[in-house]
Design a protein around this ligand. Structure first.
Ligand SMILES: Nc1ncnc2c1ncn2[C@@H]1O[C@H](COP(=O)(O)OP(=O)(O)OP(=O)(O)O)[C@@H](O)[C@H]1O
Ligand SMILES: [Mg+2]
Length: 305
């Protein structure tokens, strides 16, 4: 069983409105999913056949809706129930356009943050692998991920976030971080053009305190640096992309599933990429097709540099 942490979940609401334009009035039918990066990871883990316990903060009617959704797919709900409404994030898919409105999330009061930390302290030891993903709502301290990594100690904590949350989190020595290229460039405050530069950047990040670093590169696959500084270059076949949002989350799910079963880095990287690619070929976020994943596995190349 894997524990996932989503401190800032959301109901993702998608409208498909072909002729969408600013200033217009449109009618549309919303498609809703239980969102937030950690919940995407959780869904993909379930599809892979893994048992999942999910925690973070949920509140109000939206929180209840998300609780129902995750219960329906057999995820154990360990979310702390707060007194504020869980946010919604809206995406409007037009003809080749995507307009997004991301609510910030209401402030979480200190007592709920304490309750969550208490849950984590009491519960982390039951899991070998813990996935922590995404942003945090107002009211949660900037070093929360560092605190969680420190509590989790030797457990395999996979941390997928960005900016200051990631920089601080790394100080807690997570097992793996998975920035995409833009996130890595943001952290290092410089552009990374060639594979060589990405490898150097990933090594720099590792030296800041993460045991393993996986840099996902969209259609260009990934670069992985393991604990002993071995470098792996992962190449993937070309695919027809529908919507690559959530491909990073699917990648994390694949990797977490594999390492939780003590697979080799090569096997973990292949499953990680195949899950990301399958997600990119489906409209919905955080969804994979196991047949497609199986089909991709032998087509992914892992090269030790
Ligand atoms: N356009 C694409 N073509 C082929 N594979 C893709 C594409 N986009 C994503 N993938 C697959 O998914 C993996 C992760 O994608 P990406 O690097 O875009 O993550 P990300 O930016 O963190 O995504 P998100 O944060 O939205 O979940 C890639 O390493 C690759 O295996
Ligand atoms: Mg990402």
């Amino acid at each position: 069983m894997i524990l996932t942490i989503t401190l800032n979940p959301a109901i993702d609401v998608r409208y498909k409105i072909g002729n969408f334009d600013i200033n217009g009035v449109f009618r549309g039918k919303p498609a809703k999913t239980a969102g937030g990066k950690g919940l995407n990871v959780s869904r993909v883990l379930r599809t892979l056949g893994e048992e999942v316990e999910a925690s973070g903060f949920l509140g109000g009617n939206s929180g209840d809706w998300i609780s129902d959704e995750i219960a329906n797919i057999g995820i154990k709900d360990s979310f702390i129930k707060t007194d504020v409404e869980t946010r919604s994030c809206i995406a409007i898919l037009g003809n080749g356009t995507q307009t997004e409105i991301l609510e910030m999330g209401e402030k979480i009061s200190e007592n709920f943050v304490e309750e969550f930390l208490e849950f984590f302290r009491n519960r982390f030891d039951r899991f070998e692998t813990i996935c922590i993903s995404g942003s945090v709502p107002e009211g949660v301290q900037e070093d929360i991920y560092k605190v969680l990594c420190e509590i989790a100690g030797k457990k395999k904590v996979i941390l997928d976030t960005s900016g200051r949350l990631l920089l601080k989190g790394i100080e807690g020595n997570p097992y793996l971080v998975k920035p995409n290229k833009e996130e890595l460039e943001g952290l290092l405050e410089r552009e990374l053009i060639t594979f060589r530069e990405v490898i150097e950047g990933a090594k720099e990040l590792k030296n800041k305190g993460c045991k393993n670093v996986l840099v996902s590169l969209g259609k260009d696959g990934a670069i992985f640096i393991d604990e002993s500084e071995k470098v792996y270059k992962v190449s993937i076949p070309k695919i027809d992309v529908k919507n690559s949002v959530g491909s990073g989350d699917s990648t994390i799910a694949g990797f977490a599933y594999a390492i939780n079963r003590n697979k080799t880095p090569e096997e973990a990287l292949k499953l990680a990429m195949a899950c990301g690619m399958s997600n990119a070929m489906i409209d919905e976020t955080g969804k994979i097709d196991l047949n497609v994943v199986e089909e991709f596995l032998p087509k992914i190349e892992v090269e030790k540099l």
